[in-house]
Design a protein around this ligand. Sequence first.
Ligand code: SF4
Length: 365
Amino acid sequence: MRYLSEYRDPTIAKKLIEDIKKISKKPVKFMEVCGTHTVSISKNGIRQVLPENISLLSGPGCPVCVTANGDIDKAIAIAEAPGVIFTTFGDMMKVPGSYSSLSEKSADGADIRVVYSTLDALKIAKNNPDKKVVFFAVGFETTAPTIALSILEAERQGIKNYFIYSVHKMVPPAMAALLNLGEVKLDGFICPGHVSAIIGSKPYEFIARDHKISCVIAGFEPIDILQSISMLVKQVENGEAKVEIGYKRGVSSLGNTKAQEVMKKVFEACDAEWRGIGVIPESGLSLRTNFEGFDASKIFDVDVPPTKEHLGCSCGEILRGVKLPYDCKLFGKACTPENPIGPCMVSTEGSCAAYYRYGEVVDGV
Ligand code: SF4
């Protein structure tokens, strides 16, 4: 297929759904790891057209949602430090930390600015040499290379007042952590397309090999997703567990090696705390020692109050695939996109926001 319209063609979709119904015999649970997949599945009504024996669960693939409360609290404390201009992607503004959000602090007078790229943040640093400009580096392997480039660019231009607060995370260790927790028996992963465009398919191989779980890397159009489900079903029905690329136009087995090089030059793996999962070893990205002059977590000595979770919010369980958004008592009542209690309702990639926006009604797990 060459054109985008073909990836949305109802005739091809119908044929794929019929094929899935024909071959799928076993009850299976597949997790779509990526938040963009969750949105596409909800938007295109994919859950509703699948046979009843196939359940799709959302996973920890929304970078905003998996940011721990403690990290948001620390970001807020840095944003309130004297002489700081705090920059962030828009999605993080409304995410509630333990006591407040960046949006509330901005209304209280803190200089917090929404940027669309790290280069915008760098420009702000260049234009405000008397201020310390901090960028809230949230994201997965997809955004890490661009953040790494901003550090290299700051170094090249001799910009000394640009810092990042990195809460970057890597997806494969989180997938392994979920399997090790053993709370949900998964049969397959719909692996993230964007992350895989950077890292390739190889980093998932241990999941198929050691955990015997099928993996298919999927694109984001309805046909991409249906095709990946059909590939997963075939693997399960054949008793296989391997990594397949269903998104060949975006992903190769080795990924984007140039982006990986930039990422590795600037970052190294570190332990990271994930909302709802806890600390996962070697799942984060921190700046290497030779770039620590750019590291806001080392430069700013701020007091952070003790972390507390929001009563009744089930974001943690949703990110682990243990609950669906409708299982949270606050869903659509106390918690809505206008008045979000947890990050899964704030982020455009969050499961609660996707279910709310597209009115999905599905049975509990
Ligand atoms: S509905 Fe709101 S409170 Fe409940 S899990 Fe989702 S984001 Fe958290």
